[in-house]
Design a protein around this ligand. Structure first.
Ligand code: G6P
Length: 612
């Protein structure tokens, strides 16, 4: 949520910052801005509503020369996305310039105090208040670093910040609490960014800041400390992904690239984690808490958005195959309803980014009650990954498209592996069936590849619905969460209203919406709910609804009930969601692309929501 990038070194900073902002734009993109310290040691700044491309076009490149600078791409929280509220923000005296991710919760209190000190404000943002608070402390201490530290000690809420000071024009100060920030350590240069994609083109050597830490960056050197003023020494970590991983690679959109990558990403999730001869799964990252997991009285899964849908699939899997009671909870609700959590509970947190504020807060709540916490996370080194008791990385690779696709299937695969691991230990699945499931698992990448090969057939159907106003998605059992996820994908990127329901619930409300203008997607593979799904299809047909069936290869029976059929390979129930979501991802992608929507950066959304 919002992107920060900064540079200090010997090169001209503007191109590095602009390139970084473009890579970070998937985190937020309603306005953008940069501030540079020029060779006269002045801070020059430019910001405006709209995307980074627009900013780049409007900037006077000749003027913006200098080898220290900071930039920001915004997802609005306080104040509408206009030129004024865009970052960076100055204090009243134009001494401190700051970019900020997060929310200053006690901003009103601080503002009132500063007003008493005769401070004035020109924007609606909480960030401007922080800039003025730093300026206030700078006036009293005459030391930039101390001023930032003292200001942050007063702040309640979350922040990732990078700031410049006109009176000390040779450094950048950065700090983090609840909003990710990392340093990229290059050759006589240092970068700072809210995620690795902005850094990777320049260096792979990074240092992750922890909550409550700050860093002073100078040309070629830096030092870390806590905001309580304790020095910190931390080892440099080496990023292990390539620039190619975050480029479009010939695809029109990241989302399409990421959908098509799934044969590989799924394989990356299970590689080395399952023995195909015995069917035994082993996740090294869970070793330390395996006993707790096997003995868990209850598993609680908590997450947001698409990851929550993966969690719902997990509930079906773990209850069906492991016979452990599971509850799935929106992370945002979890801690506010005084959850009853015991030390015998295992809480699984699922998050692509590993930074979602509500999921992180749920993790901390669970830990407070002494539950064992497990992370299923994609972004390596992210906050959730670091704070859980144990975890497993899904290894989906960088996911740039705001609508999550490959991370979802990898999350579900991770849950399947956990299911197999527990089922083996608890003997809730026979040895013979475990081997069968493992054999099936091995075929999943090839089956997804087959669907990727059929994408034109999915596109053909999508084209018929590009002007639809509403959509209904229905599924049962393991495919109910797939219906929810299919509907979410469509509404996120095409802005078509779409709802997902358990198929049988249709009779209790949604059926009232059905007429000849209502496309209904049935997830109807040949499984144990097939006959019931056919009954629901008949009910929609009887009311002139338009049926799009996701149906198993070879199921000709369904043709006579459906207007359109999207074929999927057959698989075991455990893996059905991974297979059946693929045509739905394509369907939403092609519909959104045909409507001319910005598929990778849908309006109002952000990839990583680091505010509560
Ligand atoms: C945002 C994204 C969604 C994502 C959700 C949870 O809303 O737009 O695609 O599913 O956050 O994100 P996480 O990183 O925790 O999986």
């Amino acid at each position: 949520m919002c992107g920060i990038v900064g540079y200090i070194g010997k090169r001209n900073s503007l191109p590095i910052i602009i390139e970084g902002l473009k890579r970070l734009e998937y985190r937020g993109y309603d306005s953008a801005g940069v501030s540079i310290i020029n060779d006269k040691d002045e801070i020059i700044s430019f910001k405006q509503a709209g995307k980074v491309n627009k900013l780049e076009e409007a900037l006077d490149v000749d003027k913006f020369q200098g080898n220290i600078g900071i930039g920001h791409t915004r997802w609005a929280t306080h104040g509408v996305p206009n030129d004024t509220n865009a970052h960076p923000h100055y204090d009243m005296d134009k001494n401190i310039m700051i970019v900020h991710n997060g929310i200053i919760e006690n901003y009103k209190l601080i503002k009132n105090r500063l007003i008493e000190e005769k401070y004035t404000f020109t924007t609606d943002t909480d960030t401007e208040i922080l800039a003025n608070l730093i300026n206030y402390h700078h006036k009293n201490t005459n030391d930039f670093e101390t001023a930032v530290r003292l200001a942050l000690l007063e702040v309640e809420g979350t922040y990732g910040i990078a700031c410049l000071c006109a009176k000390e024009p040779d450094k950048i100060l950065v700090a983090r609490k609840g909003s990710p920030l990392m340093l990229g350590i290059g050759n006589e240069e240092i970068l700072v960014a809210s995620d690795a994609s902005a850094i990777i083109n320049h260096t792979k050597n990074v240092i992750y800041l922890e909550d409550g830490e700050m860093a002073a960056l100078e040309r070629g050197s830096f030092h870390l400390k806590t905001i309580e003023d304790k020095d910190i020494y931390r080892n440099i970590e080496v990023l292990d992904f390539l620039l190619d991983d975050i480029e479009k690679g010939g695809y029109d959109h990241f989302m399409l690239k990421e959908i098509c990558e799934q044969p590989d990403t799924i394989q990356n999730t299970y590689r080395g984690r399952i023995n195909f001869e015995t069917g035994v799964a082993k996740l090294g990252g869970l070793d330390s808490i395996a006993e707790k997991l096997f003995k868990a009285k209850r598993i609680i899964i908590t997450a947001c958005g698409t990851a929550w849908h993966a969690g719902l699939v997990g509930e079906y899997m773990l209850e069906h195959y492991c016979r452990i009671p599971v509850e799935v909870e929106y992370a945002s609700e979890f801690r506010y309803r005084r959850p009853i959590i015991s030390t015998d509970d295992v809480v699984i947190l699922i998050s692509q980014s590993g930074e979602t504020a509500d999921t992180l807060a749920a993790l901390r709540e669970a830990k407070k009650f002494g539950a064992t916490t497990i992370g299923i996370v994609n972004v390596i080194g992210s906050t959730i990954a670091r704070e859980v008791d144990a975890g497993t990385y899904v290894h989906a690779g960088a996911e740039i498209g705001v609508a999550s696709t490959k991370a979802f299937t990898c999350q579900v695969m991770s849950l399947a592996l956990i299911t197999l691991m527990i089922a083996n230990e608890k003997k809730t699945v026979s040895h013979h069936d475990l081997i069968k499931l493992a054999k099936e698992l091995k075929q999943i990448p090839e089956k997804i590849a087959r669907m990727v090969g059929m994408k034109d057939s999915y596109k053909e159907v999508a084209m018929k619905f590009k002007d639809a106003k509403n959509f209904l998605y229905l599924g049962r059992g393991f495919n109910f969460p797939v219906a929810l996820e299919g509907a979410l994908k469509l509404k996120e990127i095409s802005y078509i209203h779409a709802e997902g329901y358990p198929a049988a619930e249709m009779k209790h409300g949604p059926i009232a919406l059905i007429d000849e203008n209502m496309p209904v997607v049935f997830i109807a593979p040949k499984d144990r709910t097939y006959d019931k799904i056919i009954s629901s299809i008949m009910e929609v047909k009887a009311r002139n609804g338009v049926i799009i069936a996701i149906a198993s290869e070879g199921d000709d029976n369904i043709n006579s009930y459906s207007d359109f059929v999207l074929r999927v390979p057959k698989t075991a129930a455990l893996f059905a969601p991974i297979i059946n979501i693929i045509p739905l991802q394509f369907l939403s992608y092609y519909i959104a692309a045909a409507r001319g929507c910005n598929v990778d950066q849908p309006r109002n959304l952000a990839k990583s929501v680091t505010v509560e």
